[in-house]
Design a protein around this ligand. Sequence first.
Ligand code: NAP
Length: 290
Amino acid sequence: MTTAARIDGTAIAREVRAEVARRAARLAAGGHVPGLAVILVGDDPASQVYVRNKIKACAEAGIRSIQETYADDLAEAELLGRIAALNADDAVHGILVQMPLPPHISAQRVIEAIDASKDVDGYSVESAGRLVAGLPGFKPCTPWGCMTLIESTGIALRGKHAVVIGRSNTVGKPMALMLLRADATVTVCHSRTPDLGAHTRQADVVVAAVGRANTLTADMVKPGAIVIDVGMNRNAAGKLCGDVDFAGVVQVAGAITPVPGGVGPMTIAMLLSNTVDAAERAFAAKGLSC
Ligand code: NAP
């Protein structure tokens, strides 16, 4: 029996990061080092790991990072003040506020406070609007990483049927828009979709972004389909797993991402790419060459 090709997110992310490092080095050679500010509020252990990984990845890519860490009783006004200062700082090209924020702080107000030219997470209404309108702008890192993985298979998306499971503002919706922009016919499913399998069985490409293990099983996949697993869950044994029943779906799909080693590494790679984009645009806007 043939099994699906594994889409190696770790290797593809390494290539993206190497290209980012080349672009960052070119900027630095012209005296313009790209800079990313990363703000962490509170002491959530998972967020601390994510922030540490982002800072380390910046260092490896030649991006200067500025980490600001605050206690979880930080007032929203104070955080907004810090963002205003970073917006005005020419050495900072990207600003990332690690989510989730404590409940007394409005994530939406914080995201909207980030200057649109520094919104490297791509979460702001302006970035979302640009994606909807097909205008250049920052793309949210996880779905953009998924697009890069899909493209790595060599599939021509034009006219293909793609099903996205999940409709969050950060993954499912932008994913659907990017697939649409690539001329796929897109169906978006969610928790109120009555017969998920009826949709996924029609799909040439399935992106699962749910947050529930075994949402997509082998009987729900068309033979040869490309399956991208965004989910990050813990199984009963505490092991990291995705939304897809990998062992079953790998027997049916044409190509599939593993968890770990699939979408996860791409998210940071695309963040670095957005940061270098931001720096290149900032220098070009000043008429400086890089
Ligand atoms: P989210 O905001 O919780 O959204 C989950 C989506 O799944 C919702 O739209 C929900 O529908 C839908 N859903 C829930 N149960 C469903 C079901 N039984 N059938 C079909 N749809 C269902 O989550 P998210 O932020 O998009 O993240 C999704 C997953 O990706 C999580 O596991 C997260 O940890 C992971 N993630 C991974 C990365 C990475 O870098 N690898 C990055 C971001 C997220 P409703 O809208 O109807 O509630």
